[in-house]
Design a protein around this ligand. Structure first.
Ligand code: COA
Length: 335
């Protein structure tokens, strides 16, 4: 088996993407896997000028077939001691050492890039996922466990109306705005601050990742990346005295709109306890029902420690549907 470099412009890249599709289909047979175009767009971002993330791809090749895939992500604006690693081996080629070989390559590349910690996420559709057993076997530690919750659409209108009236009553004086794909210019600086806080205020267990450096340009970069990945993003924010103090984003992959992803939701500290989290989420659900009624399901991930967010999600009707764990390892100095 060989480990070779690949990337969006390499002839092996479609096979690299197919490893991910096969992996996702094995874990979630009823869900459309991420389209190859998504991996291509992410890959291009890693070499784009001014990008907050660099990175590289490797393929494990056996007998001329791509059997495994590695993507290494290197933050450049912040968290410059960390490398994020995605590894997958095609289900038909597992337990033959491809995962171990790709992991060793990831460790080598991260060390060469001067990183001292590696972080990886493991999808856990069922209790003993291969990825967790593999990470444990490789000596990594589990730093965070999040529960995936799904909301089936359409949401019961009565439930939504009751929650909405309660939230509106609890947050008098705040205006809720919605937008799609592009944050209004007037809210851009505040949106960047919310991005920064999102990286510190969301319970993150022991994951060795610190505050992210967000500014207006990075918000715009993220919007461009979402567009290039074929996603439309519905957002809602709460405004008080002209300042954005809460936000939520919902990503819909346009080629496969049946399943949307609730991305971050954050309320700034001085404004918590007024049901603004529920209010912005409800505003986005209403936009979704009006603009993209083909969405059947929304998935979201929360640490069980994030009690306020879990309570809002449960009230809206989100129900447990699997888990996501985050693992890390430290590289010895000079690795
Ligand atoms: C995790 C994954 C990459 C492992 O790939 P692989 O090529 O099968 O891994 P290896 O053959 O190198 O396995 C090394 C060791 O990990 C452990 N392991 C791997 N898969 C396991 C499983 N399903 N159950 C129990 N232990 C497992 C074993 O100790 C194994 O050694 P052994 O086969 O001698 O018993 C693969 O199962 C996969 O793609 N899973 C989905 C994506 C994912 O979770 N990635 C993990 C990111 S850290």
């Amino acid at each position: 088996m060989q480990i070779v470099e690949t990337g969006p412009d390499d002839e092996r890249f479609p096979a690299w993407c197919a490893v991910w599709s096969a992996t996702q289909l094995a874990d979630h047979p009823d869900e459309a896997p991420r389209p190859a175009g998504d991996h291509v767009a992410l890959g291009r971002r890693l070499t784009a000028a001014g990008s907050a993330m660099r990175g590289t791809h490797r393929a494990a090749v056996a007998g001329g077939t791509v059997v495994g895939a590695l993507r290494l992500l290197l933050p450049v604006r912040d968290n410059t001691s960390v490398a994020y690693l995605d590894v997958a081996v095609h289900p038909a080629h597992r337990r033959r050492g491809a995962g171990t070989a790709l992991l060793a390559e990831g460790v080598r590349l991260a060390g060469a890039a001067g990183r001292s910690s590696l972080v990886a996420e493991v999808d856990e559709p069922a209790a003993e996922a291969a990825g967790s057993a593999f990470a444990r076997h490789s000596g990594w530690t589990c730093d965070l466990r999040e529960t995936r919750r799904d909301l089936l659409l359409p949401v019961d209108e009565e439930r939504l109306s009751v929650l909405e009236s309660e939230a509106v009553a609890a947050s008098a004086g705040y205006e809720v705005l919605t937008w799609r794909d592009r944050t209004p210019d007037a809210l851009l600086e505040d949106r960047a601050l919310l991005g920064r806080r999102m990286s510190t205020d969301t319970p993150n267990g022991d994951v060795p990742v610190g505050e992210e450096d967000w500014d207006a340009a990075r918000v715009r970069e993220q919007e461009t990346v979402a567009r290039d990945r074929g996603r439309t993003v519905l957002s809602a924010g709460a405004v008080r005295d002209g300042r954005l103090v809460a936000v939520t984003d919902l990503h819909v992959p346009l080629a496969q709109p049946q399943r949307a992803h609730q991305s971050g939701t954050l309320v700034l500290p001085g404004h918590r306890g007024r049901r603004l989290g529920a209010r912005v989420k409800i505003a986005v659900l209403r936009e979704l029902a009006a603009d993209l009624p083909e969405v059947r399901r929304i998935s979201t991930y929360n640490s069980d420690a994030n009690r306020p967010m879990v309570a809002v999600n449960e009230a809206l009707g989100f129900r447990p549907a699997g888990a996501l764990s985050t693992w890390s390892t430290r590289l010895p100095p000079g690795a």
